[in-house]
Design a protein around this ligand. Structure first.
Ligand SMILES: [Zn+2]
Ligand SMILES: [Zn+2]
Length: 234
């Protein structure tokens, strides 16, 4: 009997929160269900401006509700149709983009993340048990800081960015860093991005801890469909 496997999307943006995305959380969940994924992480862009003036609980609450609107929409649909939806976030700082796994709402009460150096950000994550992944570490002008992340996106399968993500350089860097985690994501903003990246594992990923455990184990496969291939036809 063939072993059952599970697909997980690790990098996705919903239109409720990320202005650059064309698809809402509920629709994305339905698209990924059709594509056979069991789990998706919603990694909506962290907007510094959204949080910088927050002082009171009320202000934070309003900002967090906006920041997580895509996640909440995706989670509600996921609960209905049986897709596990997990909270994450993508932060652009300096020249790089960072993806956080293992966060909950308390993460967003730390507006100081918007002004940290890569090393401070890494310490912040280590103190709180978050896992920090460099998103598309060689896209265009990015300058990766491998000493300040736990892992690298060795595949970013975004339809529009695929050919300037320089995924080959990310893999080459990962080959020199045996203790770093390696992962793949679609960086989904449009239907054309969906289901091009992610990972396949025998373990069903139901939490960020499951995801990190699977990455650490090495017992998974990378999903990567370049723009020339239609993932819906294979
Ligand atoms: Zn975006
Ligand atoms: Zn992204």
């Amino acid at each position: 009997m063939e072993k059952k496997t599970y697909k997980t999307e690790t990098h996705l943006h919903c239109s409720e929160t990320s202005g650059c995305s064309a698809i809402g959380g509920a629709e994305f969940v339905r698209i990924y269900k059709d594509a056979g994924y069991s789990t998706i992480f919603v990694t909506d862009h962290y907007r510094r401006k959204r949080f910088e003036d927050c002082e009171t609980e009320e202000q934070y609450r309003a900002a967090i509700d906006k920041q997580l609107a895509g996640y909440y929409a995706a989670k509600a649909e996921g609960d209905k149709i049986g897709v596990t939806v997990l909270m994450s976030c993508e932060l652009h700082i300096g020249k790089n983009d960072y993806l956080f796994y293992g966060i909950d709402e308390s993460f967003f009460y730390h507006k100081e993340i918007g002004t940290m150096t890569p090393e401070e950000l890494f310490d912040f994550c280590n103190e709180r048990g978050y896992t920090l992944i460099a998103g598309h570490p060689f896209r265009e002008t990015r300058e990766p800081v491998p000493h300040a992340v736990h892992g690298l996106e060795i595949v970013n399968a975004s339809f529009n960015h695929y050919h300037h993500n320089n995924n080959d350089k990310a893999l080459a860097l990962a080959e020199t860093l045996p203790n770093h985690l390696r992962t793949s994501g679609s960086d989904a903003h449009y239907k054309s991005d969906a289901a091009r990246g992610g990972i396949i594992s025998e373990k069903k990923i139901e939490s960020a801890a499951d995801y990190i455990e699977v990455l650490r184990s090495g017992n998974y496969e990378i999903i990567c469909f370049p723009p020339e291939v239609d993932p819906w036809e294979v």
